[in-house]
Ligand binder design. Structure first.
Ligand code: 5GP
Ligand code: MG
Length: 172
């Protein structure tokens, strides 16, 4: 595996994103929602860079890939999301690939009457989107490669890596 984005670069971008979000949500009732499991590490770092008070919630989305890198059927669960009625929700995922996951998660949230919904992704894969939306915030654009680390997995491994690594054919 080769390192695509090292820990220092991630720290810098997450710091800047936290500042931008702090400015954008000053005096607003913000709830940051982590789309599990992939965004766990990113959100843990991001919320500590957001200086305006906010709440944290989690939602679960999984398109079970098993041993492959091809997504299966998408399942979304909002059972752990706190009350978001009248609040400004920022939904955070690890990576925006085709965009289907974030689009579906946003749709699921709309029925809970938040006052606004925006989205953030750590990574944005170039040239892959099949949806109209783009994330409101993201940290890095990457080429169409399969990446792991900093929360992202391959078959549930490698999430703990402090950097983003590219999986090569030989690793799969
Ligand atoms: P989308 O629905 O945008 O196509 O895919 C988003 C989800 O697919 C992400 O939340 C992530 O779980 C998974 N995914 C997409 N690309 C990658 C990748 O390169 N590496 C890993 N580990 N997961 C990916
Ligand atoms: Mg995911």
């Amino acid at each position: 595996m080769k390192t695509l984005i090292d820990a220092a670069e991630i720290r810098q971008r997450v710091h800047n994103l936290g500042r931008q979000i702090s400015d954008d949500y000053r005096h607003k009732p913000l709830t940051v929602v982590s789309v599990l499991t992939g965004s766990l590490v990113f959100v843990a770092d991001l919320v500590r860079e957001i200086s305006t008070p906010h709440r944290i919630g989690v939602a679960h989305a999984s398109s079970y890939r098993g041993k492959t890198t091809v997504p299966g059927e998408l399942k979304i669960s909002l059972s752990l999301v706190p009350d978001i009625r009248g609040r400004d929700v920022l939904i955070v995922d690890d990576i925006f690939d085709t965009g289907q996951t974030l689009k579906r998660v946003v749709e699921a949230f709309e029925s809970y009457s938040p006052s606004s919904i925006r989205t953030a992704a750590l990574l944005l894969k170039e040239g892959r989107s099949t949806v109209e939306m783009v994330p409101d915030y993201f940290c890095f654009r990457i080429p169409n490669v399969f990446v792991v680390g900093y929360g992202l997995d391959y078959n549930d491994d490698y999430r703990h890596l402090p950097h983003i690594a590219e999986m090569e054919e030989a690793d799969l």
